[in-house]
Design a protein around this ligand. Structure first.
Ligand SMILES: Nc1nc2c(c(=O)[nH]1)N(C=O)[C@@H](CNc1ccc(C(=O)N[C@@H](CCC(=O)O)C(=O)O)cc1)CN2
Ligand SMILES: Nc1ncnc2c1ncn2[C@@H]1O[C@H](COP(=O)(O)OP(=O)(O)OP(=O)(O)O)[C@@H](O)[C@H]1O
Length: 224
């Protein structure tokens, strides 16, 4: 009854461990997998699903995503928007990066400086030199570090609360959590990458929106 529900003067229990996914502490999950093993298996499954999409479908979806993104972010003039060099079947948004330049904005690409460190961003426009960075990802060969106003983050998986599952490096989470960071993060992916929950952890930062070919999802509601 009510008396049993009383917290006896405490605003919250002394230990919040029960609110954290047991996998975060390395404990086994109900399904028998640790959080890390579950995420690894989900990543492999979702990347395979994405790669199985026919190229023409990925292309059409990329164009639809670009349109939704432009509507969500624009106008671009005077703003810095970070993109990414697509791999493993990620949506190709490079034409949108060109549009950002054409409309007076600045497109950036992320650079992995070191594992377990925040990303750095450099301006890049089609035709400018790239070099191979960590994991052979092409990155701008030169240029000062720039601060993005908007970070477009490709998802491996996402859920209805706009949490993003990435490749497991924690790069975007660290970048968004870095002191002085003020970027708006928008996740992008295909609808087939949606899962019931990414099993968010204390370090996971929700995206302000996730844009797919079919919808623009925000943590509170679907806006279009
Ligand atoms: N296109 C694109 N560029 C991007 C990102 C992205 O998600 N997409 N990133 C978003 O963060 C950063 C790179 N993040 C990455 C993180 C892990 C791996 C990777 O291949 N990891 C190995 C495992 C490494 C390990 O366990 O230490 C693997 O998956 O085999 C690649 C890129 C910056 N650039
Ligand atoms: N702000 C942070 N500070 C320190 N460690 C962090 C932070 N964010 C994430 N991590 C660490 O990074 C690791 C990977 O995180 P996670 O599984 O969320 O990666 P991801 O978001 O899928 O990867 P990515 O962003 O590279 O695509 C976690 O083990 C976590 O401990």
């Amino acid at each position: 009854m009510a008396a049993d529900d009383e917290t006896a003067g405490f605003a919250s229990p002394a230990c919040l461990a029960h609110e954290v996914d047991p996998g975060y502490m390395g404990l086994p999950q109900p399904g028998g997998l640790t959080l890390a093993a579950w995420r690894k298996a989900e990543r492999e499954r979702l990347i395979a699903l994405r790669l199985a999409m026919p190229q023409a479908e990925r292309q059409a979806a990329s164009e639809a995503i670009a349109e939704r993104l432009a509507a969500r972010i624009g106008p671009f003039a005077g703003r810095t928007v970070s993109f990414y060099w697509p791999f493993r079947g990620e949506p190709d948004l490079r034409p949108l990066a060109e549009r950002v330049w054409a409309e007076g904005g600045t497109a950036l690409l992320p650079v992995v400086v070191a594992k377990a460190a925040p990303l750095l961003f450099r301006a890049w426009r089609s035709g400018e030199p790239l070099e191979k960075g960590v994991w052979n990802i092409p990155v701008p060969a030169e240029g000062d570090a720039r601060e993005p106003d908007v970070v477009i983050a490709p998802v491996v998986g996402y859920d209805s609360a706009c949490y993003r599952l990435g490749y497991g490096g924690g790069f975007f989470d660290r970048t968004l959590a870095a002191p002085g960071g003020r970027a708006t993060a928008i996740g992008v992916g295909y609808g087939l990458q949606r899962i019931a929950t990414i099993r968010p952890q204390p370090y996971d930062i929700p995206m302000s929106a996730v844009v797919t070919e079919a919808e623009t999802l925000t943590p509170a509601r679907v806006v279009g």
